[in-house]
Design a protein around this ligand. Structure first.
Ligand code: AHR
Length: 497
């Protein structure tokens, strides 16, 4: 048993003004592989049980997750998407080639109405990613009008398509990866284009837009610097993409076959998002010292080789307990940076990269990553509690190091929630949660996610190999809680003091 693993709640350092934006638990749905078609949407005529075309099992799973925001329609797809192709009777909609993702024929049966209705069914905010790369200013301006205006030509078109009332649209992305698949712009040129596009995205009928500039990928600090310098006064947010990936050329490694060294490397790479966020945030501080502008990590997660035998352009990957650890550690980082990080969107919600759910025909499995999002629900909208963590540090490949105990904590409605991860593959830990005073915690409840082996995953023939279970390994003492944390486990505890 490892000793001296301690988490001290710094109640004296709480800033009651700070909030873990629920949007940090956001999702991303792109027209890519089976994310939309087969994942979220099967169409109203499908034999797969559905509600107006949305599959019931996935709808319920996402409702249970309290999804706060969903980004759509891409990704790279967004900069080749023409919204007019996705309105009106489905049978009359034109098809297109999905050039980014396997050359699949897109039939546009899932379009604006289908996306906004889905957000209404889930009770989440829509986040629209606008086409800048191959679209026009007029096209994007009219899309916003179609969605949000009470009256006028675009509102009439919407009404003809069966939607009388406008929808609310807050989050509007102006382009995606504009340095790459979104147009190969230079940051200087993109900044000017951004300024122009956002000018014509009007606020109709009391709708308020939160305009998001297309930001950098991981270590591209120059992009953030130039776009902030030239366009900061015209934006509410700027994005950042960071994938836990071994590299962009050649094999990215298997999702399910890996060594302990690969596992620890993965955690080191995942945790590197923290200094990356800090460096982008420091650049933002130069132009926005009052922190008005949000940093939105609107794509993140693990990216492995596709499952053998599946279309390489469809990015279908399995999801093990290792991915669950990446989810927990990344969410912990986001919760430490609530002053800047106002939204994040894991890539992607279904059947693509680090998904919440996998589907095959009428079957669905919940992934280990899904359960982490479920365990972390109490943190949504809560006040972060600063922590001191004492634990063992392990050196991992590529000159990085990883703390064996990882933690995050928050307070909401008089309840404290602490999430702990013992990332050690072999050692149980006895963790002391120091409460910072002499009180004894009451009404402790908890749940645990762990697995027999770190490469365990849920599949259609074994859907419940890795699932959430009640946790009873926490005991209250005067001024502390003692927790027996099994190796490779994630635990969330809620209690009152
Ligand atoms: O999430 C998959 C792809 O990754 C997105 O389409 C793109 O924005 C990023 O490169």
């Amino acid at each position: 048993v490892a000793s001296a693993d301690t988490v001290t709640l710094r109640m004296d350092q709480i800033n009651p003004e700070e909030v873990i934006m629920p949007e940090i638990y956001g999702q991303f749905a792109e027209h890519l592989g089976a994310c939309i078609y087969g994942g979220l949407w099967v169409g109203p005529e499908s034999p797969i049980p559905n509600t107006q075309g949305y599959r019931n099992d996935v709808l319920q799973a996402l409702r249970d997750l309290k999804v706060p925001v969903m980004r759509w329609p891409g990704g790279c797809f967004a900069d080749e998407y023409h919204w007019r192709d996705g309105i009106g009777p489905a049978k009359d909609r034109p098809t297109q080639v999905n050039n980014n993702w396997g050359g699949t024929i897109e039939d546009n049966s899932f379009g604006t109405n289908e996306f906004f209705n889905l957000c209404e069914l889930l009770g989440c905010e829509p986040y629209l990613s606008g086409n800048v790369g191959s679209g026009s200013v007029e096209e994007l301006a009219q899309w916003v009008e179609y969605i949000t205006a009470e009256d006028g030509p675009m509102a009439r078109l919407r009404k003809e398509n069966g939607r009388e009332k406008p929808w609310k649209l807050k989050y509007l992305g102006v382009g995606n990866e504009s340095w790459g698949c979104g147009g190969n712009f230079t940051p200087e040129y993109y900044s000017d284009v951004y300024r122009r596009y956002q000018t014509y995205c009007r606020e109709f009928s009391g709708n308020k837009l939160y305009k998001i500039a297309s930001g950098a990928s991981d270590y591209d600090y120059n992009w953030t610097d130039i776009v902030m310098k030239k366009a900061h006064s015209h934006m509410h947010g700027i994005s950042l993409h960071y994938y836990t990936v071994t590299g962009w050329n050649g094999s990215k490694g298997s999702a399910t076959v890996f060594t302990p060294e690969d596992y620890y490397w993965t955690l080191g790479k995942c945790l590197e998002i923290e200094p990356v966020i800090e460096k982008h945030a420091a650049i933002m501080d130069k132009y926005d010292e009052k922190k008005r502008i949000g940093l939105l990590v609107d794509e993140w997660g693990t990216w492995w080789d596709v499952e053998p035998g599946t279309n390489p352009g469809h990015l279908y990957q399995q999801n093990t307990m290792r991915d669950a650890m990446v989810a927990a550690l990344s969410l912990n980082v986001f919760q430490r940076h609530t002053d800047r990080v106002k939204m994040t969107n894991i890539a992607q919600v279904a059947n693509v990269l680090q998904s919440m759910v996998l589907t095959r025909g009428d079957k669905m499995v919940l992934t280990p990553t899904y359960y982490v999002f479920k365990m972390y629900i109490p943190h949504q909208g809560a006040t972060p509690i600063p922590l001191d963590v004492t634990t063992v540090r392990k050196d991992v490949r590529d000159g990085r190091s990883v703390d064996m105990l990882q933690a995050t904590a928050s307070r909401k409605d008089g309840k404290i929630t602490v999430s702990l991860s013992n990332v050690d593959l072999d050692k149980e830990m006895e963790v002391t949660i120091a409460l910072g005073n002499e009180s004894k915690a009451k009404n402790i409840s908890g749940n645990i996610l762990t697995a027999g082996s770190i490469d365990d995953y849920n599949d259609f023939d074994k859907p419940e190999k890795v699932t959430l279970k009640p946790f009873s390994g926490a005991k209250a003492a005067k001024g502390s809680i003692k927790v027996k944390l099994p190796a490779k486990s994630i635990v969330t505890l809620t209690f009152e003091i």
